[in-house]
Design a protein around this ligand. Structure first.
Ligand SMILES: Nc1nc(=O)c2c([nH]1)NC[C@@H]1CN(c3ccc(C(=O)N[C@@H](CCC(=O)O)C(=O)O)cc3)C=[N+]21
Length: 286
């Protein structure tokens, strides 16, 4: 059996077409969605990712604003930039690109973001709302994974899902999102403390690798026909390497390619978060 691709790139492109129509409708109402980005320092990968976000915005008609600060920026300078974006009426939502240089505590910086403008959905306010089942801004990668599975009509209601990795940007919020009533999956959240990972992954209908440990899950650790979602993209010698070995394609029914799987969905969900917020603002103004 060779697994089918869960083609995040194609689905993200379709989502952008849908978003462009929603942005055009907003612009007709005089509401112009705007995404802000705060980039501190000159990390090449961060610059590539932030440039990609601005290109994505341009494709769907979202205005975008850059705040680029030098690598030696002080916490005061970062705070001032964040407060400007909190107060800006042009910017519907914004992100503070991670990682930040060592003199800036990321948790401190994220907590300065107005939760209503938290386009990443990574502030404690929005993550807390996810815990409490209240509506807030959903984190982009978890939301993108669920959206990708839904668009391929992968059964989620009652499905056994094994999430590998308990990070605060993916694994942990993903477990919460998958167990929400409107998704209704049963989740096992595995991590470095899990005694027998293979025992857990073999019982799952869907295995999601969000550990960032290349080659952590092999074909022998999967139930035949399982669905594989590989988040853990790292570049080793220029090649994107995920949490799964290539032989999983022989056993799984669906696999997300790396690149072209979860990454484009993450980027598409950032745009969805901005447009959804703009639609809320437009509805309040009516
Ligand atoms: N505040 C903040 N929010 C983020 O969402 C955030 C961040 N900081 N810091 C860095 C990580 C990383 N991240 C990626 C998203 C998409 C791809 C992506 O689309 N990758 C392409 C491949 C790109 C390549 O060739 O490397 C793909 O998977 O097809 C990659 C990386 C978001 N991040």
């Amino acid at each position: 059996m060779t697994a089918q691709r869960l083609d995040g790139k194609a689905v993200a492109a379709q989502i952008k077409i849908e978003l462009k129509q929603r942005v055009d409708a907003l612009r007709e109402q005089g509401v112009i969605p705007g995404l802000g980005t705060v980039l501190v320092g000159d990390d090449p990968a961060s610059q590539i990712y932030v440039n990609g976000k601005h290109r994505d915005c341009e494709q769907v008609g979202i205005e975008s604003y850059r705040v680029d600060l030098p690598a030696d920026a002080t916490p005061e300078q970062v705070e001032r930039s964040i407060r400007v974006l909190n107060d800006s009426t042009m910017c519907t939502g914004y992100i503070v690109q991670l990682p930040l240089p060592p003199q800036i505590d990321p948790n401190w910086a994220l907590e300065l973001i107005d939760p209503d403008k938290d386009a990443d959905g990574l502030t404690s306010d929005n993550l807390g709302k996810l815990v409490l089942g209240r509506s807030g801004v959903l984190p982009c990668t978890p939301r993108g994974i669920v959206e990708l599975l839904r668009r391929y009509e992968i059964p989620l209601d009652g499905a056994k899902v094994c999430v590998v990795g308990r990070g605060t940007t993916v694994g942990r919020p993903l477990g919460l999102l998958l167990t929400r009533r409107d998704v209704n999956a049963t989740v096992t959240l595995c991590h470095t403390g899990t005694k027998n990972l293979a025992e857990e992954t073999r019982q799952a209908d869907i295995v999601i690798g969000a550990a960032g440990h290349p080659g952590l899950v092999t074909a022998s650790m999967l139930k035949p026909g399982a669905v594989v979602v590989d988040v853990g993209v790292r570049r080793i010698e220029g090649k994107p390497v995920g949490d799964f070995t290539a032989d999983v394609w022989d056993v799984a029914s669906y696999v997300t390619p790396n690149p072209g799987g979860v990454g484009p969905m993450t980027r598409a969900m950032l745009l969805v978060n901005v447009v959804e917020r703009a639609e809320q603002i437009a509805a309040q103004e009516q």
